[in-house]
Ligand binder design. Sequence first.
Ligand SMILES: *Cc1c(COP(=O)(O)O)cnc(C)c1O
Length: 424
Amino acid sequence: MTDWIARDEARVWHGFTQMSTYSDNQPIIVERAEGHELIDVNGKRYLDAISSLWVTTLGHRVPELDAAVVEQLGKVAHSTLLGNGNRVVIELAEALTPLVPVEDPRFLFASDGAAAVEQALKIAFQYWINQGITTRSTYLAFGGAYHGDTVGSLSLGGGGFGTDMFDPLRFPVLRAPGFADPDAFVTAAKLLRARADDIAAVVVEPLVQGAAGIISAPPEEFAHLQEACDDTGVLLICDEVATGFGRTGTLFASERCALTPDIMALGKGITGGYLPLSATVTSGRVATEFLGEDLGAKTLYHGHSYQGNALAAAVALRHLELIEEWDVLANVRARSEELGAMLDAAIAPLDAVKDVRLEGLMCGVELHPGDKNGRRVCAAAVERGVLLRPLGDVVVLMPHLTVRTEHLERIVEALEGAILEVCP
Ligand SMILES: *Cc1c(COP(=O)(O)O)cnc(C)c1O
């Protein structure tokens, strides 16, 4: 039986996807990949212009990363971190230590970005309880924020994406404006100072709100938040799940924003897009508040079965080395400038285009609202051999961090053709 779409539709439930119309939307069924291209079951090639939903960094089937997985397989695939350790996980934590903008960092690993955020929330909450302070129990988050789909991370999120029916499950948070509001950070800082005694932590996506539609704020605005945290003791949680590992042109976007988070969430690109791994990074100061008696109340009673998976850690470790060896960040910055120029020339002037936003190699092309325009433009791009997926009316371009000029040309050409076809 070779009707892969029918077989897929019958048994595989896809996230954020209406399964009754799944097959009508021409899904591609990937069999393998090479470099920047995915190859489907019929042998057709697609340029992966969304980095497989923002996770792939150096491309697919990178020989060095493949080898790191294979080499670790020769040792052990997984062993639990609950009460015990694993050598390659220690090596990864040590390699990350000088790179993360967190002071004296500690790493609590998990497998998904949402779990890293969830862990951050629980750590921030218990941080105060462990000091005998029970009133600091709420969070400040931003309008339009996205932090994942578990109930805790969904509570922090600004809503939307058809998840409103979960509102009764979401716990209330204090809400600052979204990044599109020029006063977002002044307002957030005021709220934070006014309500500091109730707030455990503020959670922010540094530099760019990704799922909101790639909306960035001026880096210097984040100083208002850092100052308010410094003055009030409210913990600063930076969600770098999307922005981490070079996506915006620095290893972490917190660096650009001069932020020193107390807690940071990492995910997506941490393994170069190879295996599910995430991490909640806390400062030594935060971690110290959890020290106490064996089996005592100060312990963090949280952990996942696949925490610190050894295969994932091995590939994450090699990935860090390659970012450095290949000077990936320089490529991100150079290609970002090129992409910006290409978009200015070919995409921004189109009547159907409302706005073009670019930060490093995170890009949103916002179309004027229309009948599923985002969806239809992306489908037309896929027809042209470039895999895109929209966020509503925003077509997201998220190329691999190692792309070359010719790939960007292919992406922009396909996008231009797609927009002209769908919105003539
Ligand atoms: C994708 C994302 C998450 C959730 O990560 P998952 O691995 O999909 O659970 C959290 N925060 C941000 C900023 C993200 O972009």
